[in-house]
Design a protein around this ligand. Structure first.
Ligand SMILES: [Zn+2]
Length: 196
């Protein structure tokens, strides 16, 4: 059985029964135990979680940042207790014409204690992070979790792409320089293609 099914649905259309799904309050309504769409869009059924909801095109293309969004960005600078970065990619969609500014505090990098910021990030690293807070057009991000952290990194001496040689350890194949990072588990193996 398929885990997820996707189809276009129109407002008022029957989508399922309450015994089968937990209806989403924002996109469906219930009448006589049946679930109907309260707006038109793409239906998303998660059979495992038994969730049903209707997503509009605008939502999947939205450019506003929300809490818990997963973003991809580039480290711009390192401070003593935090890093600053720009991010362009929101929930796997790349926005060429807009970018956002984020900060990651040292306490939000990893579950493990990070002594120096430079043990986790360097300038120009590409990282995946989660939005945890918004404040005045800037965003606080976190890289706590296996799937979050550095996904691409260059040698700080010669600029060659670093190879992973161990847990949060990288080595330059050109000059042999060894560096530490807070790595995402798919470092340099990011499997999805960005949508344009
Ligand atoms: Zn090098």
């Amino acid at each position: 059985m398929k885990d997820r099914e996707k189809d276009i649905i129109l407002t008022g259309e029957y989508v399922g029964v309450v015994e089968e799904f937990l209806p989403d309050k924002e996109s469906t309504y219930i009448k006589d135990g049946k679930i109907f769409a309260s707006k038109s869009g793409i239906i998303s059924k998660d059979l495992e979680k038994r969730k049903i909801e209707i997503k509009t095109h605008q939502e999947s293309d939205r450019k506003t940042v929300k809490i818990n969004d997963i973003v991809i960005g580039t480290i711009l600078f390192l401070r003593k207790y935090s890093v600053g970065l720009n991010f362009y990619t929101l929930n796997r969609k790349l926005h060429f014409n807009s970018f956002y500014f984020g900060n990651i505090h040292v306490s939000q990098i990893s579950n493990k204690y990070i002594e120096k910021i430079t043990d986790a990030f360097q300038k120009t690293d590409i990282i995946r992070a989660k939005v945890i807070k918004e404040q005045s057009n800037e965003y606080d991000l976190s890289t706590i979790g296996k799937d979050l952290g550095v996904i691409h990194s260059d040698c700080s001496i010669c600029g060659t792409e670093l190879d992973k040689i161990g847990y949060n350890k990288l080595r330059c194949p050109m000059c042999g320089n060894i560096e530490n990072r807070k790595l995402a588990n798919d470092y340099r193996q990011v499997s999805y293609t960005l949508r344009y």
